[in-house]
Design a protein around this ligand. Structure first.
Ligand code: MSP
Length: 504
C-alpha cells in the first residue's frame, strides 16, 4: 500500500529577507521529502510565509510600505530562494492568502464552539521580536533574552484558549509517543514544561491591526501564532469546499522546525487540534540552532549569510551540501563560512567530482568490449554497497540526514581509494578481465552513489546518471530495484561531460 507523507517547515516571517537559518530547515525538509518520494511514498511538502502581526507591520512601516506590499516583496524573496535551491515543495502557503484566511477563521470558530475559548484581559509584557508574551522571570536585565529589547507593557482585552483543559492529554500523547518528539533532549525539555505551570494563552490581539479578524468580534485579530499554526491545515483545504488534500494528508507525518519554536508546535498546536477535534501531528522534529563563526547570526554583528550568495558561488547542489553537512542534524552547531571553500574542494571537487571524471576518462580510453560476459563483480564491494544502503536508510528513517550523507561519501572515499589501489590503467592490456571488473565495479558504485545523493544533490545525481546513459531508464525504476547491485554490459554509452564541481 502506498504511504502518504506530509512534511512541513515553519512558515517564515517576512519581516526580513531569508537567511541561512531558514534555508537550513527548508533544505532538510526537502531532502526528507525527496527521499520519501524516492522510496515511493505519496508526499506533500509544504512551506510558506508568516505575514501577519505587529513585527511585520512595523518592518513595513519602517520602509514606508503598506504591509501587503511589503509582504508580497519579501515572500517573493523566499520563493525565489527556494527555486534557486531546488526546493521541491508541493505548495507554498502565505497567511495573507484568502484560502488561509477562510480556514483560519473556521479553525478559531471551532475552538469557540468547543468552549475552549473565553474572554479575558491581558496585562503583561509582549516581545514583538518573538511575537509572544513573556513573563518577568524570562527577562534578562529587563530585556527579552533573544532580542535584547525591553518588551512592551500591554493591557488589552483578549480571547484566551483554555490550555488547562487539554494540557494533560497533550502530555500523555507525548509520553506515549503518539506525538513523537525528537531529538530526545527536546522531548525532555517539552515534558519538563508540563511540570511548570502552563498558562492559558491568548488567541487574539486587540491593538494589532495587521491580521485576520476574529470572526465573532471584528475589533480583534487572531493572534499571529494561532494564525500561523493553522497554515498546516488551511494549505490542505481545511474549512473550504475543496478539502480533498486535508482528508488525504492530515495529520502531519513530520513537522520540522528549529528548536526555538518547539513549545508552540509541541504543546499549543496539539492542544488546539484536540479542542477542534482534529488529529494531532505524528512526529515533531526540532533541528538545532547554529551560530556563524561562534556567534549568533545577526545584522548588527554583520555575519548574516545570504544563501543566494552561496548558490551564486558554489551552485545550487553544492550550497545544499555545504549548508546541511556542517554538523549533526538535531544538534546545535557552528558554521564556519571561511571553511566552505575547503569543504567544497575536499568533498565535492576532489571527492565526488574527481571520482566521476576519473572513471569516465578511464572508461572512454580503455576499450573493454572484449571483456563482455566475464564475471563482473567483486563480492566484497557488493557487500559494502549493500551495507551502505542499509545504514543510509536507517539514518534517513531516523531523520539523521547528515549521517546518510556521510555514509554516501564514505562510498566516494572507498571508490577513490579503490582506483588508487587497483590502478586500472596498469591492468589494461595485461589483465583485461580484472581491469573490466574494477571499472565495472566503479561505475556500479557511482550509480549507487548517484541514487543515494539524489535527495541531497538532485541535479548532480541526474547529471551523473545521464553521463553514464542511465538516467532515462533508471529514473523510471522503483527504489527497491535501484538499490540492488546490478551487472551491466560493457557497451555502456559513456559521455564525456564537464567537471561536476570545478575546484575553487
Ligand atoms: N513564523 C514563525 C514560525 C511559524 S510556524 C507555524 C517563525 N518564523 S522565523 O522566520 O523566525 O523562522 C524560524 C525558523 O527558522 C526556525 O524555527 C528554524 O527553522 C529556522 N532558523 C532560523 N535561524 C536559525 C538558526 N540560526 N539555526 C537553525 N535554524 C534557524 O518563527
Amino acid at each position: 500500500m502506498i504511504k502518504k507523507f506530509y512534511i512541513t517547515t515553519p512558515i517564515y516571517y517576512v519581516n526580513d529577507k531569508p537567511h541561512l537559518g531558514h534555508a537550513y530547515t527548508t533544505i532538510a525538509a526537502d531532502i526528507l521529502a525527496r527521499y520519501h518520494r524516492f522510496i515511493g511514498d505519496e508526499v506533500f511538502f509544504l512551506t510558506g510565509t508568516d505575514e501577519h502581526g505587529a513585527k511585520v507591520a512595523k518592518s513595513a512601516e519602517k520602509v514606508g510600505k503598506t504591509p501587503k506590499q511589503f509582504c508580497d516583496e519579501i515572500s517573493a524573496l523566499y520563493t525565489s530562494l527556494w527555486d534557486a535551491l531546488n526546493i521541491s515543495n508541493n505548495d507554498f502557503i502565505r497567511t495573507t492568502d484568502q484560502r488561509h484566511e477562510i480556514g483560519a477563521k473556521k479553525f478559531i470558530e471551532k475552538l469557540r464552539e468547543a468552549d475552549a475559548i473565553y474572554e479575558g484581559s491581558y496585562e503583561g509584557l509582549y516581545c514583538t521580536g518573538c511575537e509572544k508574551f513573556l513573563t518577568e522571570k524570562e527577562l534578562v536585565d529587563g530585556k527579552c533574552p533573544d532580542h535584547k529589547i525591553c518588551p512592551d507593557k500591554i493591557s488589552e482585552k483578549n480571547y484566551f484558549f483554555k490550555l488547562d483543559k487539554y494540557a494533560k492529554k497533550v502530555q500523555e500523547l507525548i509520553e506515549k509517543d503518539k506525538i513523537k518528539i525528537e531529538p530526545e533532549n527536546i522531548r525532555s525539555e517539552v515534558l519538563g514544561l508540563f511540570k511548570q505551570e502552563l498558562e492559558n494563552f491568548s488567541v487574539s490581539r486587540e491593538k494589532v491591526a495587521w491580521g485576520i479578524k476574529v470572526p465573532w468580534d471584528e475589533s480583534q485579530v487572531i493572534y499571529v501564532w494561532v494564525d500561523a499554526l493553522s497554515n498546516y491545515i488551511t494549505a490542505l483545504g481545511y474549512g473550504s469546499s475543496n478539502d480533498a488534500n486535508f482528508k488525504k494528508y492530515w495529520p502531519t507525518d513530520l513537522h520540522l522546525m528549529g528548536k526555538d519554536i518547539i513549545k508552540f508546535h509541541a504543546i499549543y498546536w496539539p492542544a488546539m487540534l484536540l479542542a477542534a477535534k482534529l488529529a494531532v501531528p505524528k512526529h515533531i522534529f526540532a533541528n538545532g540552532y547554529f551560530t556563524v563563526n561562534g556567534q549568533k547570526m545577526s545584522k548588527t554583528i554583520g555575519n548574516v549569510i545570504d544563501p543566494n550568495d552561496l548558490v551564486k558561488k558554489y551552485g545550487s547542489d553544492a550550497a545544499r551540501f555545504l549548508i546541511i553537512s556542517q554538523f549533526p542534524f538535531g544538534q546545535d552547531g557552528d558554521v564556519k563560512a571561511e571553511k566552505f571553500d575547503e569543504q567544497f574542494n575536499a568533498n565535492l571537487a576532489n571527492g565526488l567530482g574527481n571520482l566521476v571524471s576519473r572513471v569516465t576518462a578511464m572508461y572512454l580510453k580503455l576499450d573493454l568490449k572484449k571483456c563482455k560476459g566475464k564475471v563482473l563483480e567483486n563480492k566484497e564491494v557488493v557487500r559494502l554497497v549493500t551495507n551502505a544502503w542499509k545504514n543510509y536508510e536507517k539514518f534517513m528513517e531516523e531523520n539523521k540526514i547528515d549521517q546518510s550523507l556521510k555514509t554516501t561519501f564514505s562510498l566516494v572515499k572507498f571508490a577513490n581509494e579503490y582506483i588508487s589501489v587497483e590502478k586500472p590503467w596498469e591492468l589494461f592490456g595485461k589483465d583485461d578481465e580484472k581491469c573490466a571488473l574494477v571499472l565495472c565495479n566503479l561505475i556500479e558504485i557511482i550509480r549507487h552513489i548517484a541514487w543515494m545523493i539524489y535527495p541531497f544533490l538532485p541535479e548532480t545525481a541526474e547529471n551523473i546518471l545521464t553521463q553514464f546513459s542511465m538516467w532515462d531508464e533508471e529514473s523510471k525504476l522503483e527504489y527497491a530495484k535501484l538499490k540492488k547491485w546490478k551487472r551491466f554490459d560493457l557497451d555502456l554509452q559513456v559521455k564525456k561531460a564537464q567537471a561536476l564541481f570545478p575546484r575553487i
